[in-house]
Each structure stands twice: as C-alpha cells, then as structure tokens.
Design a protein around this ligand. Structure first.
Ligand SMILES: Nc1ncnc2c1ncn2[C@@H]1O[C@H](COP(=O)(O)OP(=O)(O)OP(=O)(O)O)[C@@H](O)[C@H]1O
Ligand SMILES: [Mg+2]
Length: 254
C-alpha cells in the first residue's frame, strides 16, 4: 500500500515554504506541485523569490518553515548532492562549466560524480563514461563540440552545454534557472526546441524560470507566477497571460 501511495504522489510538492533574508521574505508561504511529465515555467518580477525557491528545492537553502517532497519523500533537509541523487538536477543562472576543459571532459566529470567516485585518483576518461557522455551530447546537438574548450563556446551553446551536465545526473526533474537568458531571440527558440526534444526523449519533467513570455507560451504546460515570495497565479500560459494582475506585475515590467 505504502509504495502505491508513493508512486501516486506528485513528482515534486512544496508546501508552506518560508525563508527570510534580513527583512526580506524571499519565500512567504510557497505552495507548488509538479506532476510527472510536466514542463512548468516560473515567471515573476526581479527579486520575487524565484531562484530562492529553486535553491530550496535543490537543497542549497533550508526553509525556516515548510517542506519539499520528491515523489512523496521529504527531501527538505537533504544536502544538494543527495537531492541530485534522488532525482533533481539543476542548471544555474550562470553556467557552472570548467571553462578551460573540453565539453566531454566536463561531462565525464559529471557522470563520474553521479557514480560517487569523485576522487583525485579515479580515472575520469573511461570508455563507458565517454560513451554515455557522447550519447548526451548527441541528444543535445553538441556532439561536434565534444572536444571544444567550454570557455570558447558561444553563449547559446554554452547554455546547452551547462544543461548537459544536469542530464548526466540522470534526473527525473530538471530545474533550470533562466535557460535562455542572454541569448538572441532566434537562438532562444533553437535552444528550447533542442531541450524540449531531449527532455521528452528522456521522459523528464522540468521546472524552469523564464523571463521570455513567448518561450513560456510555447513550451510550458503550466505557468506559475511569483510575486513577493509567493505564488500569485498559475494555470495554462494562454489563460494566465490574460490575468490583469499578472499583466501588471510581470509583463508590465518585463
Ligand atoms: N543568499 C541571500 N542572502 C540575502 N538575500 C538574498 C539571498 N538570496 C536571495 N536574497 C534576496 O531574496 C529576494 C529574492 O531573491 P531571488 O534571487 O530569489 O529573486 P529572483 O526572483 O530569482 O530574481 P531575479 O529575477 O532577479 O533572478 C531578493 O530580495 C534577494 O535580494
Ligand atoms: Mg533569479
């Protein structure tokens, strides 16, 4: 019975999250659910607590109240590495690649980390890691750049390259903080197309912060609107974008 209850639980469930920095309530009673297979976008003004929420879900911040469940299991107090092992992988607002190493070396390091052999003397360049790394690079259209130093990749490809590291953790839920920020609007759609195809083929769910409303409308199953540390609206993008409160608080300042 209990295993049935766990499998029926939402993939991610956050309830009553609170956290303050000085006088600022960056999370002020956050409730949010992500179901298996969903692509959920988070929008909201600068400083409204979007990144803070991702930090709590991935273990980088501990809330003063509330809980986060992954497939029914309470992960609130787990460290980031354990949460990654449980199935939530993260790409950051600023790419985390080792810029003076090749893309495939970065990826093999991430794969090795997943296997828990993150030790100086363990060889990283193993045939099985290389094969898995190439598979991920192909999935994200980056195979031709396997030997490129990541620091020399153009911004759009570097964003995708950063996301390959999250894929290497073999997650159930991918958490992305502004995956298309800083790239041209044409490139933005190319990145999203590639990413969506890759996520579907791996049957991943995603939670992503996004400022571009066109990207949200086209790619999110559901959009959640943040304001002053809490969720002020959520629903299908086309509906939510017509909510006057949302237009005023988010679109108006975007
Ligand atoms: N580690 C921290 N220490 C102090 N204050 C913080 C910290 N992290 C976030 N804050 C504050 O919490 C509030 C929410 O910040 P957060 O980065 O979550 O916003 P955001 O919605 O991601 O903004 P943006 O759209 O600019 O990325 C802001 O007022 C921010 O200054
Ligand atoms: Mg942010």
């Amino acid at each position: 019975m209990s295993s049935q209850a766990t499998s029926a639980a939402p993939l991610l469930q956050a309830s009553g999250l609170e956290i303050s920095f000085g006088g600022v309530k960056a999370a002020d009673g956050v409730n949010l659910t992500v179901h298996e297979g969903e692509f959920v976008a988070i929008i909201g003004p600068n400083g409204s607590g979007k990144t803070t929420f991702l930090n709590i879900c991935t273990g980088y911040l501990k809330p003063s109240r509330g809980q986060v469940f992954l497939a029914g299991r309470d992960i609130t107090q787990l460290p980031p590495r354990s949460i990654a092992r449980q199935g939530i992988a993260r790409a950051f607002q600023i790419p985390q690649l080792f810029t003076d190493h090749s893309l495939i070396d970065n990826l093999m390091l991430s794969i090795a980390a997943r296997h828990g052999i993150w030790q100086a003397l363990s060889p990283l360049d193993r045939p099985e890691y290389r094969a898995e790394a190439m598979e991920i690079l192909e999935l994200l259209g980056l195979a031709a750049h396997a030997d490129t130093l990541t620091g020399t990749l153009p911004e759009g490809l570097r964003k995708l390259a950063d996301i390959t590291l999250a894929f290497a953790l073999d997650p159930r839920l991918l958490v992305l903080d502004e995956p298309t920020s800083g790239v041209s609007s044409i490139e933005r759609f190319q990145i999203m197309e590639t990413l969506m195809k890759a996520m579907r083929s791996r049957k991943l769910s995603a939670l992503f912060v996004e400022h571009d409303m066109d990207v949200v409308e086209r790619y999110a199953d559901r959009v959640v609107v943040w304001n002053a540390g809490h969720v002020m609206a959520e629903g299908r993008p086309a509906e939510v974008m017509q909510d006057p409160r949302v237009l005023e608080s988010v679109v108006g300042v975007a």
